[in-house]
Design a protein around this ligand. Structure first.
Ligand code: CA
Length: 221
């Protein structure tokens, strides 16, 4: 899952980003309202952790404008403002959860899991195609019943292909979803990850699972 962390305190922002990454999420950390809106406009996110007191505005206004423009993914507010009124206001403008600072990391991660689970029960929790089984909640992958060990990036790559099997996925679409900002991604990097993913899956599967479409991208068969 791809998570956007909006937090202006450097140490805290870095800490949350690192912790989410360890949980095999792709986490992007930004420090201002402006950067947060740019990030959301640029690529899709599955969830947002949102601080309220930001250098260039209020997270409440930011959330309000996102909801107005149709952004429906879960948002967890993480703020030092912890009166009942603050919480009600946050939930009323469209937050799915509200955690006061200081907070316990374990609780934050548990609440994120709960939000993502709630969201994914509306979607599918297990994807299956071509002998591959990807469990979105357990973050596990099996090929013909055999567990396969993937890195976070490889897993994220496979998830996109599983959700779009049969479709030729353009390289930019893939890199947008996998990396925080596609501007930073050397296009060769995608090929490196693809060849690793293919090697791991196809050696167990015993058949070709992906097709390289020259000049365009990749297709999961
Ligand atoms: Ca703040």
């Amino acid at each position: 899952m791809k998570v956007l962390v909006v937090e202006d305190e450097r140490r805290l922002g870095e800490f949350i980003q690192k912790s989410l990454t360890e949980q095999r999420h792709t986490a992007t950390w930004v420090r201002t309202c402006g950067e947060a809106s740019d990030a959301l406009a640029e690529t899709p996110y599955d969830a947002v952790v949102l601080d309220l007191t930001l250098p260039d505005g209020d997270g409440i206004d930011l959330l309000k404008s996102w909801r107005k423009s149709g952004f429906n993914e879960p948002v967890l507010i993480l703020s030092a403002r912890d009166t009942v009124e603050d919480r009600i206001k946050g939930l009323d403008v469209g937050a799915d959860d509200y955690m006061p600072k200081p907070f316990s990391l374990e609780e934050l991660l548990a609440r994120m899991r709960s939000l993502l689970r709630r969201q994914s029960t509306q979607k599918q929790t297990v994807l299956e195609h071509s002998g591959i089984r990807l469990d979105l909640l357990g973050h596990t992958v099996q090929v013909n019943g055999k567990p396969i060990d993937l890195t976070s990036r490889e897993y994220a790559l496979l998830e996109i292909f599983m959700q779009n099997h049969g479709r030729v996925l353009p390289r930019t679409l893939i890199t947008d979803k996998i990396w925080a900002s596609s501007y930073d991604v050397d296009t060769n990097l995608l090929d490196v990850y693809m060849s690793r993913l293919r090697a791991k899956l196809e050696s167990t599967s015993g058949k070709a699972l992906f097709k390289t479409v020259r000049g365009v991208g990749y297709q999961f068969l």
